[in-house]
Design a protein around this ligand. Structure first.
Ligand code: ADP
Ligand code: TPW
Ligand code: MG
Length: 569
């Protein structure tokens, strides 16, 4: 027996790359550094795409959004400790929103980490991640990579999607194994998102309830958008004649100008409905937790379709739960409702009348003239609305307070999954990451409408947008601060007010510095021209929209959640 026979070895990088590819992963978002730089180079050399961002939170936001839009988990790759923690913010956001993503992070040596001996970038990442993600796994051995990666992908996409953390331990990353054995371990998973059929009895119960309803309503959430059964949802709505109300990110699942859309009269239909069919939405704070004034202080008969059994009865009793995937459940419900009469015409006409009134009331406000540099939310968004109506395949990214609430109300959406916003948490900092993720996976134009404060959370990744030449237009609603730009300092001492920024900031000069196109819009007419030019050109562009510093109200439309000081000084 010869002892010097060379057995061909393979390494962990090969196993990670092959496993990701076999799970349908094509893009990774992240930032290089020890110990993953060479892994990234190998991924690129192998034909994988890597989007090198400027902050890991933005990379993770991009991955989460990519996961939401495609159903394939977006992957974010970070370096240990702070790099990982930055990425974790985006992973937590994906989990909260129910978006599939995977956060991969290099980690310091376990031997030193577990004894807290002070390794380079030492941190117990696995346990730090666990409360904020759907699952946290560590791969300790090169042999476990194929199973470990598939386990992460399957966990991210199954049931309610979410983020999965995978700790790439130093021990595993430095491992090698015989190449021939390695090939035998690699595999392509079968049926990553199997159907989850609803119980036929639950479908019948729901159908009976809907048939007896006087004022039925269909509530569409981003789960319904994620399910990608746009034609079936349209058929359900149109066959039943039931008005529908889209949650923010479900706008466009059916066009906002659809005759059955009640989006403009939410405060009429929620209290007025008697039976509400919820498809892929949670009765969380965004819906008054299913009770109280939002619903006319009356408990509704809810039918809820959700894949997660414990979502049922989470806030209020659900009269007819349907636990299953939305595709199977909507198909079964349509079958059960075949031949049923349409929703009462009086209910729909009462809604249409109010929608028309609301639109009539809004129209003149969208065209109000203001002095140059003194635009308000209505006329600036009126201009944006007009342009976007011509480019319905644009993805709208939207965050801020007034910038968020007014855009959601004013700008119509016409296509499914074309709106990404602050989401379930209502947070700032999704902006540039969401632009990158959606531009990469759709290839279509992206327009971000950003509060000037909101933009600041991810602003440096404008450079990434320029570097990858992504077709993104960033519109900064520049009122000079959080909610408003003209708050006086309260104490009379030389302390800036907490909500106000330096007056007159020219955000457009930021993108100039990076080599993109910067524009400064002082009137709605200028804004409309600049925006349309930018969408047509597909060049990375930033438009600084100069608003009246007095435009905006504290906390936007959720001021009721704010806490004022109780004690008089
Ligand atoms: P919104 O913010 O639009 O109200 P949420 O994120 O609160 O929506 O709710 C989405 C819901 O959709 C979640 O409860 C999730 O479990 C559910 N969901 C997501 N995908 C599916 C699916 N394919 N089938 C069934 N339910 C789903
Ligand atoms: C991660 C708190 C809510 S809204 C907002 C902040 C800081 C900014 C509002 O100002 P903006 O919009 O963007 O200029 P506008 O149009 O009203 O002037 N940190 C995080 N998330 C949240 N939600 C906050 C802070 C907040
Ligand atoms: Mg602002």
């Amino acid at each position: 027996m010869s002892t010097d026979t060379e057995v061909e070895l393979t390494d962990s990088f090969y196993m990670i790359i092959e496993s990701l590819k076999r799970n349908g992963i094509q893009n990774i978002y992240g930032i290089p550094g020890i110990p993953v730089t060479a892994l990234i180079r190998s991924w690129q050399a192998d034909g994988g795409k890597f989007f090198a961002c400027r902050h890991e939170t933005n990379a993770a936001m991009a991955a989460g959004v990519a996961g939401y839009l495609t159903g394939v988990p977006g992957v974010c790759l970070t370096t240990p400790a702070p790099g990982f923690l930055n990425g974790l913010a985006g992973a937590a956001n994906a989990t909260t929103n129910g978006w599939p993503m995977i956060l991969l992070s290099g980690a310091a040596q376990r031997r030193n980490t577990d004894l807290q001996q002070g390794a380079f970038e030492e941190m117990d990442q696995l346990n730090a991640a666990r409360p904020h993600v759907k699952a946290a796994y560590r791969i300790n051995h090169i042999r476990d990579i194929p199973i470990g990666i598939t386990r992460a992908v399957r966990t991210a996409v199954s049931g309610r999607p979410g983020a999965v953390y995978v700790d790439l331990s130093h021990e595993m990353l430095t491992g090698t194994m015989p190449a021939e054995e390695a090939e035998k371990l690699l595999f392509t998973p079968v049926d990553l998102t199997p159907k989850q059929l609803p119980d036929p009895a639950s479908i019948q119960r729901a159908a009976d309830l809907l048939k007896g309803a006087k004022n039925p309503l269909i509530l569409l959430g981003k789960g319904a958008a994620y399910a990608k059964i746009d034609n079936e949802i349209k058929a359900l709505v149109e066959e039943t004649g039931i008005p529908f109300l889209p949650m923010s990110m479900a706008k466009g699942l059916l066009p906002d100008n659809h005759p059955q859309c009640a989006g403009a009269v939410r405060s009429f239909v929620l209290p007025g409905a008697d039976v509400v069919l919820i498809i892929g939405a949670r009765l969380n704070w965004l819906l008054g937790n299913g009770q109280g004034a939002t619903w006319g202080n009356q408990l509704k008969k809810f039918i809820q379709i959700d894949i997660l059994p414990q979502e049922i009865d989470s806030n209020v009793p659900i009269a007819a739960p349907i636990v299953g995937d939305i595709a199977s459940s909507v198909a079964a419900l349509r079958t059960a409702l075949k031949g049923a009469s349409k929703a009462p015409a009086e209910w729909l006409s009462a809604i249409s009348e109010r929608v028309a009134q609301s639109r009539e009331k809004l129209a003149p406000r969208l065209q109000v003239k203001t002095a140059p540099g003194m635009m308000n939310y209505q006329n600036s968004l009126g201009a944006i609305r007009g342009v976007l109506a011509k480019y319905p395949n644009t993805t709208l990214v939207n965050e801020g307070a007034n910038a968020l609430d007014n855009t959601r109300m004013i700008v119509d959406q016409y296509q499914p999954r074309r709106r990404i916003d602050s989401g379930t948490w209502g947070i700032m900092g999704i902006g540039m990451g969401a632009c990158i993720g959606s531009a990469v996976v759709t290839g279509d134009p992206v327009v971000a409408v950003e509060g000037d404060s909101a933009f600041g959370f991810s602003g440096m990744d404008v450079e990434t947008i320029v570097r990858y030449n992504l077709p993104v237009t960033i519109c900064i609603m520049n009122n000079g601060g959080i909610y408003k730009g003209n708050e006086a300092n309260a104490g009379g001492f030389a302390e800036p007010a907490p909500t106000a920024f330096t007056p007159g900031i020219r955000y457009d000069k930021m993108i100039d510095a990076f080599g993109g196109v910067g524009k400064n819009a002082t009137t709605p007419e200028e804004l409309a021209t600049m925006l349309e030019d930018s969408i047509k050109s597909r060049k990375p562009t930033l438009i600084n929209i100069v608003l009246d510093p007095d435009a905006g109200v504290e906390s936007g439309r959720i001021s009721g959640l704010n806490i004022e000081r109780k004690k008089k000084k």
